[in-house]
Ligand binder design. Structure first.
Ligand code: BGC
Length: 457
């Protein structure tokens, strides 16, 4: 090596690393009932007055259903080599089961082909919160039959796409489905109940396991689950705060991964749900405890945690961190938490391959992009610091294989409607014009230099 040979960068990522972005069907597609699609629970929820801020719906969203070509070209132009998106169950099976809607399937077929033509690896999420309304009418995640409804739906997609798609995720953030949808009622189906969350959780897990079994029969590539993890740090060393932190961690971080990897729920669950907690048959855990090929981790923030008798169900709450930067969704920016949570998964579950399947931030951007573009320094710093934190985990031996920024586009942020912008590409909702923000150009540079640009920023 001569003296002037360039030093390898402090932030070098492996050649095989996937650099992508993530979206979900209901949040970007629009045209929810087009070409024979059935109604989803989110369509119904968003059209129920009072459920979504400003009465926003996904009727048009980013109009990705018609502008997908442009969006794929955008990914390519930014240099991404991967894209995580979800399939709308009710486009493919309008009633959730039974008759197939070929036109719905054809939409995703064209999308997959276009991605591959542009050298972008697809990662398909089978379920990102939009359930066929017809299945919700039969109890949705509360009906034990949903495990085989889901596996049947999954099988159709495996047969259609596994020749071209290498990465599959069963569920996106099952914890949010139970906590937001069945405990607090702020997300579809909008139920407020202490008894429903453990049942919905268990059926989500059974559905996940049944889909993995179906994949082993049909598929040749990789399948995993996507969870949202938020490291919990005790606010003090008091016994009460330490116990509260363990409950909060069990509830959010271990409730789904322990059954998948260890074949049992965390002990704290019975204490958390009290009489609402159930004992399930041992054979359910055989279904759930399938070996998976990767874990997808969605990371946004941490929680400094204290005992709080009024905070149900886990009797733990978050201690505000007034000196920290917060995003528009009031989440503390805490990059170190990403390294910590990646190391925690590696230690607890035997260092499985992992992808960061979502990471990103909502910060204010104007509704119309100014002529000279959009400068979003806070989002750029967020990405830089979290990518550095991801790199630190790699250096400590975590088997991290890729990073997907949330999100490619500003989009329908569930109950917040269009009021929160997470995109690295700005969307003007009046014209549907896409404008890459400074954060997109930054991410593109990081990708082109395989991480080296993280040093300079
Ligand atoms: C979800 C996304 C959501 C994002 C930001 C995740 O919980 O998977 O659908 O838009 O976080 O809130």
């Amino acid at each position: 090596m001569t003296a002037d040979t360039a030093k390898p960068s402090r932030f070098a990522f492996p050649d095989s690393f996937l650099w992508g972005s993530a979206t979900s069907a209901y949040q970007i597609e629009g045209s929810p009932l087009a070409d024979g699609a059935g109604m989803s629970n989110w369509h119904r929820f968003a059209h129920t007055p009072g459920r979504v801020r400003d009465g926003d719906t996904g009727d048009l969203a980013c109009d990705h259903y018609r502008r997908w070509r442009e969006d794929v070209a955008l990914m390519r132009a930014l240099g991404m080599n991967a894209y995580r998106f979800s399939i709308s169950w009710s486009r493919v099976l309008p009633q959730g089961r039974g008759t197939l809607n070929a036109q719905g399937l054809a939409f995703y077929d064209r999308l997959v082909d276009a991605l591959l033509e542009h050298d972008v690896n697809p990662m398909i999420t089978l379920y990102h919160w939009d359930l066929p309304a017809a299945l919700e009418d039969r109890g949705g995640w509360l009906n034990p039959d949903i495990a085989h409804w889901f596996a049947d739906y999954a099988q159709i997609l495996f047969r259609k796409f596994d020749d071209r798609v290498r990465l599959w995720a069963t569920l996106n953030e099952p914890w949010v489905v139970t906590d937001g949808g069945h405990l607090h009622g702020v997300l579809a189906p909008g139920h407020r109940s202490l008894f429903e969350p453990p049942i919905a959780a268990h059926n989500l897990l059974r559905a996940h396991g049944a889909a993995v079994q179906a994949y082993r029969a049909e598929g040749r590539h990789e399948i995993g689950i996507v969870v949202n993890l938020e490291p919990k740090y005790a606010a003090s060393d008091s016994e009460a705060d330490i116990a509260a932190t363990a409950r909060a961690e069990a509830y959010m971080n271990r409730q789904f991964l322990d059954p998948v990897f260890l074949g049992r729920y965390p002990d704290e669950m019975a204490e958390i749900f009290g009489e609402a907690w159930r004992r399930w048959p041992a054979q359910d855990f055989e279904t759930i405890n399938q070996s998976i090929d990767f874990v997808g981790i969605n990371y946004y923030t941490r929680a400094v945690t204290k005992h709080d008798a009024r905070a149900w169900p886990e009797r733990a709450s978050r201690v505000p961190q007034p000196r920290a930067t917060h995003t528009e969704t009031q989440w503390e920016v805490y990059p170190q938490g990403l390294t910590d949570v990646l190391e925690w998964v590696a230690e607890r579950y035997g260092n499985p391959p992992v992808y960061i399947t979502e990471n990103g931030a909502a910060f204010y951007d104007p509704p119309v992009a100014p002529e000279d573009g959009i400068d979003d320094p806070l989002r750029m710093a967020y990405l830089r610091d979290h990518l550095r934190a991801a790199h630190a985990a790699l250096e400590r031996g975590v088997d991290l294989r890729g990073y997907f920024v949330w999100s490619l586009l500003d989009n329908f942020e569930w109950a917040h409607g269009f009021s929160k912008r997470f995109g690295i590409v700005h969307v003007d909702y009046a014209t549907e014009k896409r404008t890459p923000k400074a954060s997109a150009r930054f991410y593109s540079k990081v990708i082109a230099t395989r991480g080296a640009a993280l040093e300079m920023a």
